[in-house]
Design a protein around this ligand. Structure first.
Ligand code: HEM
Length: 401
């Protein structure tokens, strides 16, 4: 690749100290060490070449002909959901499936079709939060997760009475499977149970939507004539990413603003809009830490040689803290312009649900939460917990008011 040609090519530095367990606790110190080593770092412990800088990640996303999404070796997502979705394909196949769901996720459609449903879901679960009360409330359990689950039930066209806790469990299991690079058998068992439960829903839903199409993602996938296994794989993909990430962003943002009361005050006074808070938070604590790709052939990338058919990890969360792009990058700052962050990826696979997520979280859930609970704060008497690095977010956020 030309990017590498003028700086000389060598094998990339090796990070033999990389500790996946430390990453689960807090990946950011490791990200800093990795970036300091260079744009490409080899990590034998997880069998991957990691791209660490904003430039190296962005360029890889822009060159799918060299960094393919189709892999025969990196199969965790396929095992987790039992099929190959658009996210693990290259164009033109990817484009056909992506083209099917784009119309229902465009900004206009989100505003007209989905935001009213999202707004209703927010009110339902704000009532629930109030009922749980300021001594026991866990924002993640009692608000963020059920709101994100119900929004996803709506947008997928799943039956009205689908249990929000089931949707939450399916999403969590598929995400755990996709991130299961250490091959934990207990996680695979959970994925199989969740797949069977989603299949039971789809068995009735697909024929019903064929008879009476609607505006949902599932219906749009059927309308373009995709075979049932392809529809199924993409529905399960959407379950994986469509609930977990918005849920994490609701909790992460409440936590971040609580830790920065001056910034919360600027948002509440209207000096900063919620859209800017949302984008900065996706940059600062990106819910998806790493995307997998595979080199098509040996390649020279930013001065480093990567072999053919190598598993490559695009470290979105690490690139989002790259000082050469974001000044004082470790600082959460709602006043910065976070444009260009890689939290939703970049290139042909860039998140299909980003407008839906921004509306659901940034325009509806958070403003209404702070309106309804003006004294909302993190309860320091109870423990806040985080988990994960490939997918990372808050797992418990005790709040009081
Ligand atoms: C804050 C919330 C979210 C974040 C941070 C997020 C992040 C991402 C990322 C990083 C990717 C991969 C991009 C790449 O490979 O370049 C992705 C893909 C995708 N996301 Fe999201 N996502 C979010 C919410 C959603 C929602 C709500 C939906 C659906 C309703 C959704 C549906 C998808 C789909 C279908 C893809 C695959 C796109 C493709 O392969 O072309 N996401 N998302």
């Amino acid at each position: 690749m030309t990017e590498a040609a003028d700086v000389g090519v060598a094998d990339p530095p090796v990070a033999d100290w990389f500790d996946p367990h430390a990453m689960m606790r807090d990946p950011y110190p490791t990200y800093e060490r990795l970036r300091a080593l260079g744009p490409v770092v080899h990590v034998p412990r997880i069998g991957r070449y990691l791209l660490t800088t904003h430039a190296a990640v962005t360029a890889a996303e822009q060159h799918p002909e060299s960094f393919s999404s189709y892999s025969e070796t990196n199969l965790t997502m396929m095992r987790a959901i039992g099929g190959r979705p658009m996210l693990r394909k290259d164009d033109p196949d990817h484009g056909v499936e992506r083209g099917a769901i784009n119309p229902t996720l465009r900004p206009r459609q989100v505003t007209d079709m989905w935001s009213p449903a999202f707004a209703k879901n927010v009110e339902t679960w704000l009532d629930h939060l109030e009922q749980v009360g300021p001594d026991d409330a866990d924002l993640n359990r009692d608000f963020a997760a059920p709101v994100a689950s119900k929004n996803l039930i709506d947008i997928l066209g799943f039956p009205e009475d689908t249990d929000v806790r089931s949707m939450q469990r399916w999403s969590t299991d598929f995400i755990a499977g996709t991130g299961n690079i250490l091959d934990d058998p207990e996680i695979w068992a959970r994925c199989e149970v969740s797949q069977a439960q989603v299949d039971a829903v789809l068995e009735d839903l697909l024929p019903a939507l064929r008879r009476r199409p609607d505006a949902s993602i599932t219906s749009h996938l059927l309308e373009v004539g995709l075979p049932d296994p392809v529809v199924r794989a993409n529905v399960l993909l959407t379950i994986s990413g469509g609930m977990n990430e918005p849920q994490h962003m609701i909790s992460n943002i409440v936590w971040a603003l609580d830790a920065h009361p001056d910034q919360l005050a600027s948002v509440r006074s209207g000096d900063v809009d919620w859209g800017a808070v949302f984008e900065e938070a996706v940059r600062w604590v990106s819910p998806i830490g790493m995307l997998p790709r595979e080199t098509v052939e040996e390649i020279e990338w930013f001065g480093a040689r990567i072999p053919a058919r190598a598993n490559v990890g695009l470290l979105l969360a690490c690139a989002n803290r790259d000082e050469s792009v974001f000044a004082d990058a470790d600082r959460f700052d709602v006043n910065r312009n976070a444009r260009g962050h890689l939290g939703f990826g970049n290139g042909v696979h860039m998140c299909a649900g980003r407008w839906a997520a921004k509306a659901a979280v940034g325009e509806l859930a958070l403003p209404r939460l702070f309106e309804r609970f003006p004294k909302l704060r993190v309860d320091q008497e109870r423990e806040t917990t985080w988990d994960g690095w490939v997918f990372r977010g808050i797992t418990a956020l005790p709040v009081t008011w």
